[in-house]
Ligand binder design. Structure first.
Ligand code: URA
Length: 190
């Protein structure tokens, strides 16, 4: 019997609800443990993700894997990784507000089914959409927020660390440690 999350992935794979479906190779639904206590949400698939059908498999993904391992002792198969939009925006442009809204139903159902204790949002698009705010990531990061009965930690997108270097990376490291403390049960309310 397929799980509810597997059924959702099958439904999403043929989604044509927005214009992003016209350009994609395939829907990048997400990957990882369907019962994960930790979920990471990025922006949208890039070229490599569109090709492989998996999230964060390019350079940003390599950095994400390193941060997960070095700051949290976790591998990607022990978490669930998804994106705000499931189809690659052409030319890697930013997702448009109506595309984010149209795709929200898939992400919302993923959040409901996985029900992680902690969500890490990576970058502006995921952080703003999940927190329902227009405040930018530079202001949002550095705190944890109550979210769906658990906590949300907003941090930069790994691509920002690849561009921006050491200072951004150091802040991301401290955000990942914040998420680990929450998962370990030591960081409630931080
Ligand atoms: N950037 C994202 O936001 N998501 C991916 O899956 C890859 C790069």
């Amino acid at each position: 019997m397929p799980t509810a999350l597997e059924e959702l992935a099958v439904q999403a794979s043929t989604c044509v609800a927005c214009r992003l479906s016209e350009h994609r190779t395939q829907v990048v639904f997400g990957m990882g443990d369907p019962a994960a206590d930790l979920m990471l949400v990025g922006e949208g698939p890039g070229a490599e993700e569109d090709r492989q059908g998996l999230p964060f498999v390019g350079r940003s993904g390599q950095l994400l894997d390193r941060l997960l391992l070095e700051e949290m002792g976790r591998t990607r198969d022990s978490v669930f990784i998804a994106n705000t939009v499931k189809c690659r925006p052409p030319g890697n442009r930013d997702p448009k507000p109506d595309e984010v809204e149209t795709c929200w139903g898939w992400l919302e159902q993923q959040l409901d089914l996985i029900a992680p204790a902690v969500v890490i949002t990576l970058g502006n698009f995921a952080s703003k959409r999940l927190l329902g705010t227009d405040v930018g990531i530079t202001k949002l990061r550095g705190s944890a927020y109550p979210y769906r009965g658990g906590s949300l930690v907003a941090t930069f997108h790994p691509a920002a660390a690849l561009r921006g270097g050491g200072a951004v990376l150091a802040q991301m490291r401290s955000d990942f440690v914040r998420a680990k403390l929450l998962l370990d049960g030591h960081g409630a309310g931080r």
